[in-house]
Design a protein around this ligand. Structure first.
Ligand code: ADP
Ligand code: MG
Ligand code: MG
Length: 255
């Protein structure tokens, strides 16, 4: 049983006009086996939350804490966070020139586990996971994210998650740009990882569509850098009907 705890998180980015506060006090507790959907309009700071937890240098933490099983995540380097079991599937994944998918996966697995995976079981695991995600075996020899289609990028992210077995996975708009078939395949991968390794999932999305395939236990509505409403899956249904309008333009009520 693992717990990712976010408390009072404030994050800024540097702009031409000086620092701009994006996250304005985020509280969230994610436990093993739970799926939390973070839903919000464009520009509300969802990706900022994901990158801040993963340790992207662009974001400055100005307040609050993030811990994994009580350990200070914010004090860790990016590599240490990955080794501690934090996984981020990025909205816009980067190319890694000259590194094949196969080598990338094995290197990541070795770094995270602290030892190289046993070759025979590893090859079998990779093959099986790729098969389940309906990926062509030749894909393993392509360079990471080089010329990948949107769908290939997302499958590659889920492949990583299934093989690296993180404690918590942050999936940033894993649904964007996928057709229904690809969305189903990717969602099944997430559900397999939940069953196989009880991973806690932070599912960031603008649309409710993916929540038909990955059932959230909790839904957090995110607006202007903070959670403005929380509930169960029924909240997603209401967002599907009503959109985010009711949260926008309303002045924040001082606590
Ligand atoms: P979301 O993922 O919810 O669409 P983001 O986290 O990507 O939101 O962005 C949150 C806000 O931060 C947006 O208003 C965006 O314009 C702003 N932002 C992010 N980076 C910068 C930057 N370098 N300069 C100015 N504003 C930024
Ligand atoms: Mg966005
Ligand atoms: Mg985003």
């Amino acid at each position: 049983q693992h717990t990712l705890q976010i408390t009072g998180l404030h994050v800024s980015v540097q702009t031409e006009d000086g620092p701009k506060e994006i996250l304005r006090g985020v509280d969230l507790t994610l436990r093993s086996g739970e799926t939390h959907a973070i839903m919000g309009p464009n520009g509300s700071g969802k990706s900022t939350l994901a990158y801040s937890i993963a340790g992207h240098p662009k974001y400055t933490i100005t307040g609050g804490t993030v811990t994994l099983d009580g350990e200070d995540v914010l004090a860790m380097t990016v590599d240490e966070r990955a080794r501690a079991g934090v996984f981020l599937a990025m909205q816009y994944p980067v190319e890694v020139p000259g590194v094949t998918v196969s080598n990338f996966l094995r290197t990541a697995k070795t770094a995270i586990d602290g030892e190289a995976p046993k070759l025979r079981t590893w090859v079998k695991d990779v093959k099986q996971a790729m098969g389940e995600l309906r990926m062509d075996p030749a894909f393993a020899e392509r360079n990471v994210n080089e010329g990948f289609s949107g769908g290939e990028k997302k499958r590659h992210e889920i492949l990583q998650m299934e093989l690296l077995k993180p404690k918590v996975a942050i999936l940033d708009e894993t649904d964007s740009g996928l057709d229904v078939d690809a969305l189903k395949i990717v969602s099944e991968g997430v559900n397999r990882a939940k069953e196989a390794s009880n991973v806690g999932v932070l599912l960031i999305t603008h649309y409710t569509r993916i929540l038909r395939y990955i059932k959230p236990d909790f839904v957090h509505v995110f607006v202007e850098g903070k959670v403005v409403e929380e509930g169960g899956p029924e909240l997603a249904d209401r967002l599907e009907d009503e959109g985010y309008d009711r949260y926008l333009g309303a002045p924040a009520v001082a606590a």
